[in-house]
Design a protein around this ligand. Sequence first.
Ligand code: SF4
Length: 350
Amino acid sequence: MRRQVLIGSLTIGGGAPIRVESMLKRPLGDRDGCLKQCESLQRSGCELVRVALPELEAAGHLKWLLSRTSLPLMADIHFDPALALAAIEAGCRSIRLNPGNMPLHRLTEVIRMAQEVGVVIRIGANGGSLSGRHLEAARGDRARALFLAVKEQADLLLDNGFFDIILSAKSSSVGETVRASVFIAEAFPTFPLHVGLTEAGPGDGGIVKSTAGIAGLLSQGIGDTLRVSLTDEPEREVKVGYEILKALELRMRGVNLISCPTCGRKRADVMRLVRLIEPLLEDLPDGTTVAVMGCEVNGPQEAKHAQLGIAGTPVGAVLFRDGKVEGEYPFEELPDVLPAFFRSFNNPDI
Ligand code: SF4
C-alpha cells in the first residue's frame, strides 16, 4: 500500500491526484509581492508552493504569509536545522531539507519537532550540491550518488520513526534525474516521490527538457507531485505541469485543445480560428476536447473524437460536434455564433 502524506488538507501520494507545485520567485521580505504571487498561483491551479527561507530573520515574514494564504507552503531549508525549526515554529506544515551537511544530532531535533506538530519533510537532493562522499561511494555515477544522498537521509528519518516524507532527486540532466528517481522508487516504493528537473532553463528548451524527464517518469508510474522548474513566471510552470499531466491523460485541468498541423488542403488560417475560440474555452468543463482544423472536408472526420470542433472553409468555418457538422458560417458571423455553440455544450438543453 502506497503511503499518503498530508500537508494541511492537501494529500500527496497513496492514490491522490498527481500534484502540481511551483516556487515563489520573490524574497519573503517582499510580503505583498509574495502574497500576490500565492494568489495568482492558486488561481492557476498550483497546489503547493515552495518558498526559500534563507535566514532566520525571514521566519516572521513566513508566519505573516501563512496567516494570509490558504495555499499550502513548503519552506525550503538547505541544511540549517535552526531554519527548519524556525519554519515549523512559524506554522509551516512542510519543509524541504537538502541532505548534506546537517549534523545528525540536530536533524533528530528537527524530526522530533516535526513529529510533534505533524510536518511533512521532503528530502530533496540536488545535482549541484552532491557531496564528494556520495560521489565516491557511487564511483562517480552522479545518478547513483543522488540516490545515495536521499537514501542516507531517508533511512535516518525512518530509523527515527518518522514516516511523513516525500523523496526527490533532481539535476539539470534528464538522464541523471530519471535514473536517480527510478533508483529511489525501487528502494522506497511506498513513499511519495516529487519529480522534476532543476535549472531546466528558459523557454522551449526548458519546457522540453522538463517534459522529457517528468513525462518519462510519470509514464512509468513514478511520481506523486511535480514541479516544472523554468526560468519564467511561476504560473507558467504550473501551466506546463498540467499540460504534461493532460498529455499523459493522468489529470485534466482545462480544455484539451487539439489543432491540426495544416497541410496543402488547408482552407483557413488555423491560428486565426484558435484566437477566436480561445476566450471561450475557460467556461467549458475540464477535460472537454476541442478541435480546430484547417479544412471542412477532412477536419471533422480527423477530429471525430473531439466533442466540439471548428474547421475552416474558404469563407468561414463549419462547427461540428462529435465529428458531425452542425452548421456552416461566414467568418463575420463567427464571433456571434461561437459563444452560443460553446455554451450549448455546458448546457445541452439550450
Ligand atoms: S484537417 Fe485538413 S488542413 Fe488540417 S491536416 Fe487534415 S487535411 Fe490538412
